[in-house]
Design a protein around this ligand. Sequence first.
Ligand code: MG
Ligand code: MG
Length: 271
Amino acid sequence: MVIKSVEEVEVLRKSSLLVSKTLAEIAKHIKPGVSGLELDRIAEDFLKDHGASPSFKGYNGFPNALCISVNDEVVHGIPNDKAFQEGDVVSVDCGAYMNGFHGDQAFSFALAGATQEVIKLLRVTRKSLELGVEKATSSNRVGDIGCAVQNFCERQHGYGVVRELVGHGLGSSIHEEPEIPNFGRKGYGRRLLNGLVIAIEPMINLGSRRVRLADDGWTIKTADGKPSAHFEHDVAVGLKADILTTFDFVDEAIAKNKNVIEVPSWDGEEK
Ligand code: MG
Ligand code: MG
């Protein structure tokens, strides 16, 4: 695994923040009737206007700037020209490459009309990300992060934690060591070292944790056809977890977009 200097973390932070701002652009424009391809164009233009290139475009042949995964699609959905519908869950994952470093962040949007069941899934997944992030400190191990996410989502809420896809180290490559699973055992796994930068990204299913690969060879879907949620932050490991991305811009944009439902972290109560 690659340890970053304090200076390198600051350069990487700029890429992470640009992704956060790109997701806010998406939050301004997403609504029923808009397509994933339209959002993809907005994101790619925004990244280029800010001196970055989309990390995912061309990665192992992936065709677009964004991964857009709707409803029972978990991750890695390819943007298409199909219009979003009322009540859709739209998970948007974005990567930005700038000054030699990648940023990588994801957010699940609940379009107006989404059920309370789905809204709760998103809020619990977002909370589980926070619980995982808190464990990204130099006194902990990889398993401490996974354990925090898994306990909250599986034991406390009965959701399915996807096993086949995991978070990852982040730096001059979009995927570096170590892998950061969303499941694990407290006190086990590789030690989290000061200066390690990781992307933590719970992928949580409303139903079973089982997933399958769609015919397009990219999109991961839930096996039972139920919806899934995905939230991701970039974090630099230290005595405290230093979160390099933010959802502040996205939350601000959602507050002004009547076609999208706010999904604050789960606090035990439906809003
Ligand atoms: Mg991502
Ligand atoms: Mg990632």
